[in-house]
Design a protein around this ligand. Structure first.
Ligand SMILES: Cc1ncc(COP(=O)(O)O)c(C=O)c1O
Length: 392
């Protein structure tokens, strides 16, 4: 039997765990398995591994050891940042939050929850490439504003916001700034000494680490309370026995990321974008080009077809892609991100996201371009709306 080729272009949803990460985690299951809070030698050994990992990840963003809180992933980090800051402040004085229309559901739904508790939330508009308007941000801040929460690298269309400028505005007005860096961490540099940011969400499984581990950077002095009730773990901010194997794997994944991978992914990303736009008619890139786009993100709308059908055909060829974010593709609703940048419902439904990793090879991209050309043509021929191929 001929083995089917596997081309994984859904790294925005999750990534393959790097074999070196698996190797680094292995001893933490049955050799060093103590509870990091225990005082005996097993506990001490686990604590040592936990401390090493915390030091390494904090260093990757130029933060201090005790500014990094381990969580169960990006969703929990986003929840802890927003709910933790809200509950630590007096709601009768500070009850306004600013976010954008293109956030991940982990932020959007947390903000909606706060609205149900009586907070007011401003959802900033974005332009056709997904950038927020800095003037609109500044004009939205009032003396009741507590927090600004903005996604750093967008998970669907790859837009990288100008977080230096956002941070400056927040600092000028004495407002806290949280950025969701789940997609951007290790894919663009983040230095907390250069960005006026108070809270940063990160997740391990997007960067070739294990699932179920994440971190929240909390700048020293930030007023924040824990959301879960329990013991005093993680500087009293996140109770629960630490997932030491996962955390060690997360730190190993961070250590394996490098700027040469960013260059390599950007090159293949641009080849894929260029080839599709040049060789397949009536296609349109969503999100910006160049350095202001995540190095691994391609998001293209194909007129007169259904993205779900295209994805299913590509899957037959062994190519994994997605029609939106993994979280929203179950609902079959057009993506809120695409609608926010002005894409019509119909065109949003003909959209495919392809997200690369450092394991993506040039031959994978060539193989995908070839399959795309064939299946886009086939689907357009089959489509009842093909008689009026929409020009993009
Ligand atoms: C931008 C963004 N934020 C948050 C999350 C949630 O992260 P996790 O899957 O680790 O809970 C994701 C995952 O898709 C994401 O892309």
């Amino acid at each position: 039997m001929v083995e089917m080729k596997e081309v994984y272009l859904d790294n925005g949803a999750t990534t393959m765990v790097d074999p070196l990460v698996v190797k680094a985690m292995q001893p933490l299951f049955s050799e060093i398995y103590g509870n990091a809070s225990s005082l005996h030698h097993q506990g001490e050994a686990a604590k040592h591994k936990l401390n090493e990992a915390r030091e390494a990840i904090a260093k990757a963003i130029n933060a201090k050891f005790d500014e990094l809180i381990f969580t169960s992933g990006g969703t929990e980090s986003d929840n802890l940042a927003i709910l933790g800051v809200a509950s630590a402040h007096d709601k009768s004085l500070k009850d306004h939050i600013i976010t954008s229309k293109i956030e991940h559901p982990a932020v959007l739904n947390t903000c909606k929850y706060l609205e149900s508790l009586g907070y007011s939330v401003t959802y900033l508009d974005v332009d056709t490439e997904g950038f927020i308007d800095l003037d609109q941000l500044e004009n939205s801040i009032t003396d009741r504003t507590l927090l600004v929460s903005i996604i750093h690298g967008n998970n669907e269309i790859g837009t990288i916001q100008d977080v230096e400028a956002i941070g400056k505005i927040c600092k000028k007005h004495g407002v806290l700034f949280h950025m969701d860096a789940v997609q951007s961490f290790t894919k663009t540099s983040i230095d907390v000494k250069k960005i006026d940011v108070d809270l940063i969400s990160m997740s391990s499984h997007k960067i070739h680490g294990p699932k179920g581990v994440g971190a929240l950077f909390v700048r020293k002095g930030t007023k924040i309370a824990s959301v879960f009730k329990g013991g005093g773990h993680e500087f009293k901010l996140r109770p629960g026995t630490e997932n030491v194997p996962g955390i060690v794997g997360f730190a190993k994944a961070v250590s394996l990321a490098s700027s040469s991978h960013i260059k390599q992914m950007s090159k293949l990303r641009d080849k894929l974008i260029r080839s599709v736009l040049d060789e397949i008619p009536n296609t349109k890139l969503n999100g910006p080009k160049g350095d202001r786009r995540l190095c691994n993100n391609v998001n293209i709308s194909f007129a007169s077809l259904e993205g779900e059908a295209l994805g299913a055909y590509l899957d037959i060829e062994g190519i994994c892609t997605s029609t939106g974010s993994a979280c929203s593709s179950q609902t079959l609703e057009p993506s809120h991100v695409l609608l926010s940048i002005g894409v019509s419902h119909e065109i949003a439904n003909g959209t495919l996201r392809m997200t690369l990793s450092r394991f993506t090879k040039e031959e994978d991209i060539d193989y995908t371009i070839d399959a795309l050309k064939r299946y886009v043509e086939k689907l357009r021929k089959m489509s009842p709306i093909n008689t009026i191929i929409k020009k993009l």
